[in-house]
Ligand binder design. Structure first.
Ligand SMILES: Nc1[nH]c(=O)nc2c1ncn2[C@H]1C[C@H](O)[C@@H](COP(=O)(O)OP(=O)(O)OP(=O)(O)O)O1
Length: 162
């Protein structure tokens, strides 16, 4: 029997650059990524995304735009991670280092993909060209992608996040 964990991932964008955070602990430790985590009981996915962004970076998002939806499966693990990805340029505050994340701005043409999850370089181009996508990745361990697909979508309106 498989089960699903609902997670969020938020990227703060400004023209030509993106805010990443170095994950200091927990799942994905040592990798640059957006800000996010598990959606808690009683909150919507959108609320969870905003909460995690604030907790991990000190930034408050007024609004979030859908970027994509990825299901991650790991060999020999019944738990599927359903990750809802958002971006925003409509936010308040400056990034601060937190217990979980060390934020840093990166130019869009110098993203540190070799220190990120191995799937990121495959779907970041969709995000940077404002294409909405759905994807699936099957991992062996934390470093090897066994199989995957990525599909551009018109929208993700069938999956309610608000
Ligand atoms: N293959 C992958 N590629 C990627 O880009 N992001 C991934 C990923 N697998 C997981 N993530 C993201 C989703 C989510 O934002 C984050 C993991 O969040 P978690 O909540 O599991 O982190 P923690 O273990 O720190 O738990 P919290 O106590 O909720 O903060 O990593």
């Amino acid at each position: 029997m498989t089960s699903k964990k609902i997670l969020t991932l938020v990227f703060v964008k400004e023209p030509g650059k993106i805010l990443l955070g170095m994950k200091k602990r927990g799942f994905g430790q040592g990798r640059w990524n957006g800000f996010g985590g598990k959606v808690e009981k009683g909150e919507t996915i959108l609320e969870g995304a905003k909460r995690e962004l604030l907790e991990e970076s000190g930034i408050t998002a007024n609004s979030l735009n859908r970027v994509g939806l990825i299901n991650f499966e790991f060999e020999n693990d019944p738990v599927i991670l359903e990750v809802h990805i958002f971006k925003t340029s409509d936010c308040i505050g400056s990034p601060i280092e937190t217990e979980e994340m060390r934020p840093q701005w990166y130019a869009e043409d110098s993203i540190p993909f070799n220190q990120m999850w191995p799937d990121d370089h495959l779907w970041f181009p969709y995000m940077f060209s404002n294409k909405i996508f759905e994807a699936y990745f099957l991992f062996k361990g934390m470093d090897v992608i066994v199989s995957h697909w990525i599909k551009e979508m018109k929208n993700l309106d069938n999956i309610i996040v608000s």
